[in-house]
Design a protein around this ligand. Structure first.
Ligand SMILES: [Zn+2]
Length: 160
């Protein structure tokens, strides 16, 4: 029986991700499994996976709004170096979580400028159009435990 990707299926797929300049941003080393229809992958990609079957290959272009959002200059700001523990070795790209009135947000260090640290609250891939080459390797029914948790479990079951 041919299976097609729909809500509640666990899908194994390989992907190669490039930006609009053709640079590789990410690539799966081995097929990765996710539970379809539960927002476990970016919405713009999940929508295009719908209906595919094993062996299908597809190029999916996801605009920033359906990926990691538009780049927001307002999320870039400077904080004094003294806000960080003195023994923290700050390097660009380091990620931090900060508690705000809107909840917990992820920030990364963009640059160290003298006594100040430039923090960026954009996702590192914000503003990027994502170009995925995907290939579907497997499709199976999710277990009831997976459906309950809303995500796929690897071989050997629940391991998180
Ligand atoms: Zn789980």
């Amino acid at each position: 029986m041919t299976q097609n990707i729909e809500k509640g299926k666990v899908v194994g797929f390989a992907y190669h991700l490039r930006n609009n300049q053709g640079e590789t941003l990410d690539e799966s080393q081995e097929p990765m499994e996710y539970l379809h229809g539960y927002m476990n992958i970016i919405p713009g990609l999940e929508k295009e996976m719908e209906g595919l079957t094993i062996g299908d290959k597809k190029t999916v272009v996801v605009p920033p709004a359906d990926a990691y959002g538009e780049y927001d200059e307002k999320l870039v700001y400077q904080v004094p170096r003294t806000n960080f523990p003195p023994d923290e070795d700050l390097v660009p790209g380091m990620q931090f979580r900060a508690e705000t009135e809107d909840g917990s947000v992820s920030l990364f260090v963009q640059e160290i400028m003298g006594e100040n640290v430039v923090m960026n609250g954009n996702h590192p891939l914000a503003g990027e159009t994502l170009n995925f080459d995907v290939e579907v390797h497997s499709i199976r029914e999710a277990t009831s435990e997976e459906l309950e948790h809303g995500h796929a479990h690897g071989p050997g079951g629940h391991n998180h």
